[in-house]
Design a protein. Sequence first.
Length: 364
Amino acid sequence: MAEFAFESLQVENLKPHHNQQRLLRRLYLLIALCIVSLSLHAQDVQYSQFYANPLYLNPAMAGSTEMTQIGVNYRNQWPGLDQSFNSYSAYIDHYIFGANSGVGLIFNQSDQSMANLSITEIGAAYSYRARLGFRSFLRVGGQVSYQDRDAYFGDMIFGSQIDDQTGAIGDFSGENLGEDMRHQFVDYSFGMLFHNENIWFGASAHHVTQPNISFIEGEISELPLKLSAHGGVKFDLSGGNSRAFYNQRTGTRELTFAFNYKNQGPFTQLDLGTQINIQPLVLGVWYRGIPVGQSALPNNEAVIALVGISLGGGLDVGYSHDFTLSSLGNANTGGAHEISIRYSFLAGNAKGAGRKSSMPCFKY
């Protein structure tokens, strides 16, 4: 699943009869990007380290570590292209032991220079933890968000402006768009999460009201419902010798397998991965795509390599790189770089901490 959708395609510096081979290569790449982006209209940004961005994945994960977490995520998509695709996310979540509840705040922003589109989101999440049995728990949560979409169309060049004989660019495109346009709306998400000490399974639904995101008054362009199912299993390789004091662990040896299945609009995507945690180092590999089945859309996207390290005192840092497998090619796009930083600590009344009711999820 590609990370961005473009509402128009920007083409710059079209000069006929000058360096035609270079121009053709750029046009072929732009056409490929246009096909991918138009078919993925209004898709959400996705992070490779989605477990390092828990509120973005599932609002039921608010407070799931039963600690207080502050985290930031940054993704640079396709850095090899002339245009940039950058995403930022920051969150804080906290677990309230006396209320069996988690609360959180999240801020997201993505900038798409090809479409001159900036999307900003601020959301608040709440989750409740119910005990199902001995060290088995169900968490349910919801999130309400305010989104702002800001687009500048003054530099856009549409196909209707280009003379197919000479390459000359006309002044009027025929599009009913102002130069600078904004659109705001309220968005809602829900999720659930089951887990015990060794397994977890969750599901989430984002954009449940499918809000209208069109910049043109009177037009309807719905943001598609995004569904996700995610889970995994953890194996303890330490032989019971690991010890934990709040978020400080020693002797940890863990092997974890996980998946994340996503559906939004006409697209489905599956992430499969494994991580090995040899404290303080975490190494992981993911595959993103569904290579089987009939689909007219690209669905064999990337292999992702990940390394993370716990620096002590509750500070964790992760880095991952996406190696592109699709027709766009890693050499053309440069793949994607992603960084996560997370700080975890106990705050407030921590009575009951250490009951091993926090989920055994991936670290990144």
